[in-house]
Design a protein around this ligand. Sequence first.
Ligand code: PLP
Length: 356
Amino acid sequence: MQLTRKGLWSGIIREYRDFLPAISDEAVTTLLEGNTPLVETTNLKHIFGNLRLLLKFEGLNPTGSFKDRGMTMAVSKAREEGSRAVICASTGNTSASAAAYAAKAGMKAYVLVPDGGIALGKLSQAMMHGAMVLQIKGNFDDALNIVKEVTKSYPVKMVNSINPFRIEGQKTGAFEVCEHLGFAPTFHFLPVGNAGNITAYWRGYREYHKQGIISNLPKMMGFQAEGAAPIVLGHPVADPHTVATAIKIGNPASWEGALKAKEESGGVIDLVTDEEIIEAYRLLASMEGVFCEPASAASVAGAIKMKKEGILNDGDTVVCTLTGHGLKDPDTAMNSSPKPTKVPADLKKILKVMGF
Ligand SMILES: *Cc1c(COP(=O)(O)O)cnc(C)c1O
């Protein structure tokens, strides 16, 4: 037997070259992001009946979130243009991803994060990858405004999702869903923060449709958290709050893109409560074996809400993007689970607690 495997994954830039802006091969900076699993749910029939519900588990990207799809593009492009440094504002995952890809490219990364409300795992990633982490006394929206000012006059490349290469990279998530299913789903649910990802997925689906690769388009279903739902309310939220820190955004950068995805696809932009988010988060971990972060569970919480409202039907194929890994935010996991049982190192006592 020959010890090689054909067709090893080479990262989204090389895999989807024909669908992405050209980047010179020397500049390509990849950690082999993409090719994440589309996990079929099997234990949620009591909620979803006979529709197919699949989880696009983006937590299995190199830094644990979908941000890597956009970051490989943004950092490679910055490198091609000769930039020596990147900068971003972040609720956590963008900074983790920017820091990792900048390290790989030999570039410096500056990340601005709100002081407080950043999940522990994400902050530790940015620190370990050697970024300069600036905790500012303000929220994400304040941080983004400062980043915009800095990049106007100083030689650092902005890698927030306003950077058009981010959205280009992220659209490959939609390509993979189509390839894994063999067709496009009926509905695609996503959490919505800055709304870059829903914009990107819609672009991906439209491009595959235009090329004749898929024959139908999904309805795009975006879900914000109740305390951070500017698009649903129709105006920016000055002081957003939610347990789902990755979507704690008061003034989304891709607001227009989200509205377009909704209108063109016949979908919705709606909200779910923190309680619904935590319920879906625990449900996925305890019944499907998939541990995502709280923000990610907003997609499934949205699907549960739409099922209850009679929008989803038997025979539909429903995909939910789980945007990040649950290990990113150990504090929320600990706070929403029963505490471990403390027992003496005594067989009899342990058997008793186990119920034998
Ligand atoms: C960034 C992020 C989101 C929000 O994505 P947008 O493109 O900003 O709407 C949701 N979940 C996780 C885990 C994220 O990191």
